[in-house]
Design a protein around this ligand. Structure first.
Ligand SMILES: [Zn+2]
Length: 647
């Protein structure tokens, strides 16, 4: 942990043009600087750096943020790592918080395990290239498989000598402790003997995102009935196989640049792709795909294409993977190879342009893929078709973004020949069962009378809508500006109500704070700091450790928001925004409320639609009463807003 004072010193010292210039050739353009975006492919520069605001923004791909964000993104570092990077650049001593002895011990253990793993990798690699057994057995295996020497070197492949414990003995002779050889699983010790886990295997070191070796996969070359073809390092403090994907270190830059990641199954698939010149590829290596692995990939792109063998097992494996990927809000495509082929064999038989062509021509959007597959199995059996619909809809329901969901529902409706409304009600059923949403559970409670008592249903996280963005922008820009005086409840003393006070109290009272995580975070953290005289929301959120929050803040504070087109369209806007806060702020609060109430209304209507099949009269009555109440509120707010429709 870096202490707060140091963090602030680093942030103050990090001059955005200096930081970016290390990686991008910047040219002055007016008060800003312009260059070619390092995050997407472009020929004309749309990457802008504003020294006065301390932020960068690409108008091509949308990436933007502070100097810290730039380093995180460009160097693929975490927030604290990026701070340390900047500290080194500006010669600031990083004072880390005192660690407890346990933390220290654990860190030392982890470090020792990494060091011994690094030694093992170098030992195995040297053995592969320099020792007769390594060359005759290991290197010739890779060459027979068609791997070029540069690929064998790039992935630091190696060979563990056969024989009982040649590696372990060599390591001990070099001063590495048995404790860490055992903890990393490189050595196996029993009371009466010690042996090398990987003896006689070709070695695939597994690198973490920073490029350090954390584990190994070893492949046996002799056909022995009693040993597995591939053997992995055991789970340890440094190696969790469910949290790492093979090849991420070698692929991360290209994944970010291509804005796409190919996911294959095995080590050799990754190697073959690199050999073909396709480097944005990782492997889940044997485990079923996990959410942690997907989140790791999502640090570099939100587009993923899953490539699997064309056999039945491969197909089933990709179906399991898809729902997980969708759940993380990523775009997913699927590609099966022809029967009898896998990504490895296909890549070896074809040139890289043929391989890319095959991928582009055959990758299928997941919904078409799953639907086509299941339709084939179901044939004309009505029961099987019903199960199929539920199955496909279950996948659609996990998508966090409601707009993306509705696109898929349209698509499904066409493919399955089922009406959209029916699919919608299926999705709602699944979502309801999942969240246990009180607003949707049957009850006989009296309907709400005032906005204060309206309970709003859970939303899945998603993009912020216009009103939410406007509210956040006002909170960030004008939080502390006095809005008007208000008499306090108990006495006669007038209190000054700031923009921040007003927005937060209005929304909290009517319980309509958006459930979207970014909105909630900013809203909550402002609410907690309203009374802090040193609180500067703009700066605070620009440097927020949550990347999505800081990006939201930087895009809200960027130039294009300064004059909101919406206000101009509304007609009355001739003054400067900051001079018109007393009517702008209440207005945007009311527009926000109106939007939320309309959304609520829509959801209730949808539920009524789905109720018609079950005929639950109590629930129907309940819903109608709620809708009646919402309609009154809608009218009240529309009147207040002068009946202008805002979209
Ligand atoms: Zn860009």
């Amino acid at each position: 942990m870096i202490d707060r004072v140091t963090v602030e010193r680093i942030i103050d010292a990090a001059e955005i043009t200096e930081v970016v210039s290390d990686f991008v050739n910047l040219k002055r353009r007016g008060i800003n600087y312009l260059g070619l975006c390092p995050f997407h492919n472009e020929k004309t520069p749309s990457f802008t750096v504003s020294p006065s605001k301390g932020i960068f923004k690409c108008f091509g791909c949308g990436k933007g943020g502070t100097a810290v964000n730039f380093i995180m993104e460009h160097e693929s570092l975490t927030y604290p790592e990026a701070l340390k990077y900047l500290a080194r650049k500006y010669h600031i001593d990083v004072v880390e918080k005192e660690e407890t002895p346990e933390e220290k011990q654990q860190k030392d253990d982890r470090e020792s395990m990494m060091i011994v793993s690094g030694f093992a990798q170098r030992f195995f690699t040297r053995y592969l290239w320099e020792e007769p057994e390594g060359r005759q057995v290991g290197l010739s295996y890779f060459r027979e498989r068609g791997f070029r020497d540069d690929i064998v070197k790039k992935f630091e492949l190696g060979f563990c000598p056969s024989g009982k414990s040649i590696f372990t003995e060599a390591a001990q002779k070099e001063g590495y402790l048995m404790e860490f050889l055992e903890k990393t699983g490189l050595a196996i010790r029993r009371e009466e003997w010690v042996r090398d886990r990987f003896a006689g295997r070709v070695m695939f070191p597994i690198h973490n995102i920073a490029g350090r070796v954390i584990g190994f996969g070893g492949r046996i070359l002799k056909a022995e009935a009693d040993s597995a073809k591939y053997l992995n390092s055991p789970e340890s403090e440094i190696y969790h196989k469910s949290r790492i994907v093979y090849g991420i270190f070698q692929a991360k830059r290209e994944i970010a640049r291509a804005d796409k990641c190919f996911l294959v199954e095995g080590y050799t698939d990754v190697l073959s792709f690199h050999q073909s010149g396709i480097e944005n590829v990782v492997a889940s290596s044997g485990t079923a795909l996990t959410s942690d692995q997907i989140r790791l990939i999502r640090r570099f792109t939100s587009n993923i294409t899953i490539l699997y063998d064309g056999d039945e097992a491969g197909i089933k494996a990709s179906l399991r993977g898809i729902d997980l990927v969708l759940e993380e809000g990523m775009n997913v495509k699927v590609l099966l190879f022809p029967p009898g082929e896998d990504p490895d064999s296909f890549a070896r038989k074809h040139s890289s342009s043929e391989l890319l062509q095959h991928i582009a021509g055959n990758e299928t959007d997941f919904i078409r893929f799953k639907t086509a597959l299941l339709l084939r199995d179901a044939g004309n059996d009505p029961m099987a078709r019903a199960r199929l619909i539920t199955d496909v809809i279950r996948s659609v329901a996990v998508i966090p973004d409601s707009i993306a969901r509705s696109v898929y529902i349209k698509e499904c409706s066409k493919l399955l020949g089922v009406e959209e409304t029916i699919l919608y009600s299926e999705v709602r059923k699944i979502l309801r069962a999942k969240t246990g949403n009180p607003a949707f559970s049957p009850s006989l409670e009296t309907p709400a009378r005032t906005p204060r008592q309206v309970i709003f249903p859970q939303e899945k996280p998603g993009e912020l809508d216009t009103e939410e963005l406007e509210l956040l922008r006002f909170l960030l820009k004008y939080c502390k500006i006095p809005l008007f005086e208000q008499e306090e409840d108990d006495g006669n003393l007038p209190g000054i109500i700031s923009v921040g006070n007003f927005i937060i109290s209005q929304l909290t009272e009517s319980e309509i704070v958006s459930k979207k995580p970014v909105f909630q975070t900013i809203f909550r953290e402002i609410a907690e700091r309203l009374d802090d005289p040193d609180f500067n929301p703009g700066k605070y959120f620009l440097f927020h450790p949550d990347k999505i929050v800081s990006q939201t803040a930087s895009s809200l504070l960027a130039e294009k928001w300064v004059e909101s087109k919406r206000w101009k369209k509304a007609g009355a806007f001739t003054e400067k925004e900051s001079d018109a806060l007393d009517w702008l702020v209440p207005r945007i609060v009311n527009e926000y409320k109106l939007r939320k109430i309309k959304e609520m209304h829509l959801r209730l209507e949808e539920e009524i639609g789905s109720l018609q099949t079950t005929g639950d009269e109590n629930r129907l009555f309940d819903l109608l009463a709620k809708i009646h109440n919402l309609k009154k509120l809608e009218k009240f707010l529309s009147d207040k807003l002068g009946n202008r429709t805002i979209n």
